[in-house]
Design a protein around this ligand. Structure first.
Ligand code: NAD
Length: 475
């Protein structure tokens, strides 16, 4: 296999799709073809699940400490090869190298964090009403996990699922996004190189409905862990509900950043830019709604527009159809009477670059206010006070993250009390998680599981209650 191919990885071997079909992956930066990747179907998913099933018992038989040591070895090898990893991500996504390097570092850190959990796989002991009975809890593997991920931060997306899955003694089949087939396959091969037994982490490439659906529907798959859009999440939840499989869905957001009348405006501008436009707005935690108190609205927006005018290009969005969808949504808002203050157009003629876009005058029930665009587009809203800001923030089907800019601890904590969001940030951006911090949202942003942190162990393991009853007469 040449490096211009991203095949499947089954039982430690690179494999083309069973029927020999391939798809082309283009470079978002310039639209040129980057590589081809396996266009997998049901037969490929079946082979990968079979390989994972075969590998899982031996892997589960290792101690959590040994499995943690393996995760550490993978993280160490990734650290050695971090430049190669980052460059692959740049080619696949078009994001700036500095951003890709930061993501690679985040994936490495997730490995080190999870490795340590091998020695901290704590349970509980408790008493019981029956004499001489003690109950203890032990984490057991779930079994076989299907890991389906988005393209937006491809290496951390793999790390957040594969590392806790490996640590907890599962075998897995990873379905990378069709937009980032190379980095997922590359990282799974790196795991093998670090010593992970073949079959513990397999890769099936391809399109969601063709390669993902058979994984989600396979009765041998005990856990489906998915990161992607709410629309796909609904389809997956339907399939797993029919067979009652454990399902972790990490979905989208329509996150708000609130600027109060006492905010440090320079700081609020800086974090608005980072939250709305870094990674070309392709973060589940991006800020797409900027909610500003009336008293500082004009001053804040004036500064924000100046800052956007001198912003470095945020990089392309992932695909031509994403660019078209984003530009069409902004055009529709304009036709509906909204004012596009900046952007709303393509930049250049090569690649899929969308100018950082700021829109105002969008009604609260318009699609631009309600639907996640996953691009560098933010809408501005004017509110009278904190109560109005909270009402606006909560007027969303999503509840992933929310930020507020204020020096007042009273306002900040009242905001945290009242907003429906899994993560609340005071005086910074709507994004920015770390390996030890559980992450996940409420409402349509997810199904309540948290990923990362020790909370991830609850997704990838089952808690078993072991009852010990001793007979003092036999002592
Ligand atoms: P997507 O839903 O289009 O695709 C995600 C994955 O699901 C891909 O691998 C895709 O091939 C697969 N898929 C698509 N249809 C499928 C089907 N019918 N059955 C099985 N698999 C299927 O999402 P995307 O465009 O890749 O990612 C963007 C979305 O992901 C946004 O909504 C974003 O907010 C969300 N996201 C959430 C988090 C989080 O932690 N909450 C993190 C990153 C991204």
């Amino acid at each position: 296999m040449s490096s211009a191919e991203a095949p499947n990885l089954v039982a430690g071997e690179d494999r083309p799709a069973a029927d020999g079909r391939w798809l082309e992956k283009t470079r978002p930066a310039d639209g040129a073809v980057l590589c081809r990747f396996a266009r997998s179907g049901a037969a490929d998913a079946d082979a990968a699940v079979t390989a994972a099933r075969a590998a899982q018992p031996d892997w589960a038989a290792r101690t959590p400490v040994e499995r943690g040591d393996m995760v550490r070895a993978i993280a160490e090898l990734l650290r050695e090869r971090r430049e190669e990893a980052s460059e692959l991500v740049v080619a696949e996504t078009g994001k700036p190298l500095a951003l890709a390097r930061g993501e690679t570092a985040a994936a490495i850190e997730m490995g080190f964090f999870m490795a340590g959990e091998g020695r901290r796989s704590y349970g509980r002991t408790t008493t019981a009403s029956m004499p001489h009975r003690t109950v203890l809890t032990v984490r057991r593997p779930v079994g076989l996990a299907a890991l389906l991920i988005s393209f937006n931060t491809p290496l951390p997306n793999v790390a957040w699922k594969a590392f806790p899955s490996i640590l907890c003694g599962n075998a897995a089949v990873l379905k990378p996004s069709e937009h980032t087939p190379l980095s997922g396959w590359w990282l799974a091969r790196l795991c093998l190189e670090a010593g992970l037994p073949p079959g513990v982490l397999n890769v099936v490439q391809g399109l969601g409905p063709e390669a993902g659906t058979p994984l989600v529907e396979d009765p041998r798959v005990d856990l489906v862990s998915f990161t992607g859009s709410a629309g796909t999440g609904r389809v997956i939840a339907g399939a797993t509900a029919r067979r009652l499989a454990k399902t972790c869905l990490e979905l989208g957001g329509k996150n708000a950043l609130v600027v109060c009348d006492d905010a440090d405006l320079a700081r609020a501008v800086e974090w608005t830019l980072a939250s709305a436009f870094s990674n070309a707005g392709q973060r589940c935690a991006s800020a797409s709604r900027i909610v500003v108190f009336d008293a500082v609205y004009d001053a804040f927006v004036g500064r924000l527009l100046d800052a956007v005018d001198s912003l470095d290009p945020p990089g392309p969005v992932i695909a031509e159809e994403s660019m078209e969808r984003i530009l069409a949504a902004v055009a529709r808002a304009r036709e509906g009477g909204a004012t596009v203050l900046r952007g709303g157009e393509r930049v250049g003629e090569r690649g899929w670059h969308v100018a950082p876009t700021l829109v105002e005058g969008v009604s609260l029930d318009a699609p631009l206010s309600c639907e996640e665009l996953f691009g560098p587009v933010a809408t501005l809203y004017r509110v009278a006070d904190l109560a109005e800001a909270v009402a606006l923030v909560n007027d969303s089907p999503y509840g992933l993250t929310a930020a507020i800019h204020t020096p007042s601890v009273h306002r900040a904590l009242r905001f945290a009390e009242q907003v429906a969001a899994g993560v609340v940030v005071v005086n910074a951006g709507t994004h920015g998680s770390e390996p030890h911090m559980g992450f996940g949202g409420v409402k349509q942003s997810g199904t309540g599981w948290k990923e990362a942190g020790v909370e991830a162990l609850d997704v990838y393991s089952e808690t078993q209650y072991v009852n010990l009853v001793v007979d003092p007469g036999l002592a």
